[in-house]
Design a protein around this ligand. Structure first.
Ligand code: SIN
Length: 297
């Protein structure tokens, strides 16, 4: 389009990294939303060498978009751990021994011999912990030709879409999250003897306030949440059943198509995710680091 025959200056493409010629400063990463509600693809950053300025962009984008995606990140486990450690202390998984020499790095792997895949239902990672993770960073090095996408859902949006009466009902409630039933079933399926170990269990608010954004997010999930405290089982079951369906509403979601060396980084306090195992007998493989969070309030 032109005005009076003079072409309008073309806007810089949203995805082009900016470059300040006067100061010769490094290009800043670009952040491109995936849907209006959740997710962004971050370009122009090398996760092997994250500067302080990069980190500020990443952290702010994570707070506003809830999950971030990066492409072509052939990074080492040490770099992945270092990136996670900038957000906080890394934690080992309560039911996975981790990678040799790196207990806080969880392998995510499924192939033709698998009887299950990790994260095949909507959940927030390890919400059964008294201090559930703040977030996770997952890098896939091997992906199937098709399939193996991960869905992410925005729990602010899930809360805000409820009627005022439902929000009022849920606001003061707490629920018990227990790792035992899910992790014992995983161990049974893969034939792992858990030696009768105890798994984390905790009571959390059904609606939590995000410590950085101050926004309210729904915090119940079908993997770990057992019952709402103080309600008869029938009422608790009916409300949780409704909420477990509700969090999977398509308009709260984005869907990530992995490529080799893609990275996803999510804020576990305001999202849930669901990994789709539709690629058997193909192989999908990567590493996840998980960052300790705070007790939900
Ligand atoms: C998970 O962390 O729950 C697994 C996610 C995935 O494999 O995409």
């Amino acid at each position: 389009m032109s005005i009076g025959g003079v072409p309008e200056p073309r806007p810089i493409a949203a995805s082009a990294p900016s470059f300040d010629i006067l100061t010769m400063s490094q290009p800043t990463p670009s952040v491109d939303p995936v849907t209006p509600v959740i997710g962004a693809e971050v370009r122009g950053v090398d996760l092997d060498h994250v500067t302080d300025a990069d980190f500020r962009v990443i952290r702010d984008a994570l707070m506003s978009r809830c999950v971030l995606f990066f492409r072509d990140q052939d990074i080492s486990i040490a770099s992945q751990k270092a990136l996670g450690a900038r957000f906080g202390e890394l934690v080992a998984h309560p039911n996975d021994p981790g990678v040799d020499g790196h207990p806080e790095v969880m392998p995510i792997h499924a192939d033709e011999n698998s009887v299950r895949a990790t994260g095949e239902q909507w959940h927030s990672d390890v919400s059964c912990d008294p201090r559930p993770p703040m977030g996770s960073i997952l890098r896939m090095h091997t992906v199937p030709e098709t399939g193996g996408d991960t869905l992410f859902s925005n729990m602010y949006a899930a809360y805000e879409a409820l009627s005022e009466r439902m929000r009022t009902l849920l606001d003061g409630l707490t629920a018990v999250h227990d790792g035992g039933p899910y992790y014992r079933e995983v161990n049974r399926l893969i034939g792992r003897d858990d030696g009768g170990r105890a798994y984390p269990s905790a009571e959390h608010p059904v609606v939590r306030i995000h410590p950085a954004t101050g926004r309210k997010a729904l915090f119940v999930n079908q993997m770990f949440t057992q019952y709402i405290v103080g309600l008869p089982p029938a009422e608790s079951g009916a409300i949780l059943g409704f909420l477990f369906e509700h969090v999977g509403r398509p308009d709260f979601q984005c869907r990530f198509r992995w490529r080799p060396n893609s990275v996803a980084m999510w804020d576990n306090r305001c999202t849930q995710h669901h990994a789709i195992w539709d690629y058997w007998p193909a192989t999908r493989s990567g590493y996840r680091v998980t960052i300790r969070g705070e007790a939900p309030a």
